[in-house]
Design a protein around this ligand. Sequence first.
Ligand SMILES: NC(=O)c1ccc[n+]([C@@H]2O[C@H](COP(=O)([O-])OP(=O)(O)OC[C@H]3O[C@@H](n4cnc5c(N)ncnc54)[C@H](OP(=O)(O)O)[C@@H]3O)[C@@H](O)[C@H]2O)c1
Length: 335
Amino acid sequence: MRSLVLALCASAACAAPAEMRAVRAHAIGGPEVLRIERIAIPQPGAGQVRIKVHAAGVNPVDWKIRERGFGRGISAESPWIPGFDVAGTIDAVGEGVSGWRPGDAVIASLQRAAQGGYAEFAIALADDVALKPKNWSFEAAAGLPTVGTTVLRYLDLAGELTKGERVLVQGGAGGVGSVAVQVAKARGAWVITTASARNAGYLKSIGADEVIDYQASAFERRVSNVDLVFDTVGGETTGRSIGVVRRGGGLVTIAGRPDMAACEKAGITCVGGGPRPGAYGDQLRALVVMADAGALTLNVDRVFALEQAAEAQELSRAGRTRGKIVLSLFRVEAP
Ligand SMILES: NC(=O)c1ccc[n+]([C@@H]2O[C@H](COP(=O)([O-])OP(=O)(O)OC[C@H]3O[C@@H](n4cnc5c(N)ncnc54)[C@H](OP(=O)(O)O)[C@@H]3O)[C@@H](O)[C@H]2O)c1
């Protein structure tokens, strides 16, 4: 067999690097800067794995980076593959990696990887990978890493959420919000959430105790004295949320920075800002345990082909996603 492989690889076909399809941005700008290209399949380095991507999650940060750069150095010389979330199968492992084998069905966060997941193959740090939830499709699983780890990284930053506490999740129907509703519920909290009327049934189905239609009336008229606000909306919603937290309670926002002076005046602990450092594997595994126990689901709102990445990002940008938008590359049915 070895001699056969060597013989095959002596041919001209083997000399050229194998290629894959990937979506890349060569400049900061609108959806038109995204191009589908054929590029060399990346090789995993030490401590890394290569994943054959079955599906890639789309997050608001993908189009924010495309529009604003965020220090990613996107240029004609340094094109950028978007996408921080993938689900697929391990295809190759780098030096020093134990615990992962080709063929393992996995999810991965690419937050710490050099390039993203809108591609047929992606390189992830082995520490940022977990087994795929057993009964989830690759599409649903691809939506989980960023939204799930964000909830686990932020939820307790203003004080640990405990059984019986009342939490208000601002934006419960979105990717992060829908996981926050379920994680808070699993911890025994009374979960109140804001959404438009069309999402009320969905939010009740994933465990929300009360759903406030934020378009019908100001949420401050419907809720007060909560122990914690978990805000995924940002803007004026963050500022207005300060007034519905009990003195001594907390407010965490993942979508901006709260007005700290106003928080202090209200006697509440506020936390906001960007991504938190550290490996993602432990949090991914905790999410998979919840998913395998039936305590966590993720709604796949729309599935696009890789070639439709620009359209997918524009839909995300519209801000009305129920759960997740996903790119599907190799369609594999769930077991
Ligand atoms: N700091 C971090 O580490 C981090 C990590 C992940 C995400 N983020 C940021 O967090 C935000 C949310 O992310 P995501 O992935 O959850 O976004 P998403 O899935 O696009 O959120 C869309 C949802 O927002 C809801 N929504 C919009 N305006 C609302 C309002 N005024 N009140 C209540 N709900 C409202 C919509 O519900 P209706 O259609 O019912 O209105 C929709 O379901 C984004 O800005 C993202 O960039 C930050």
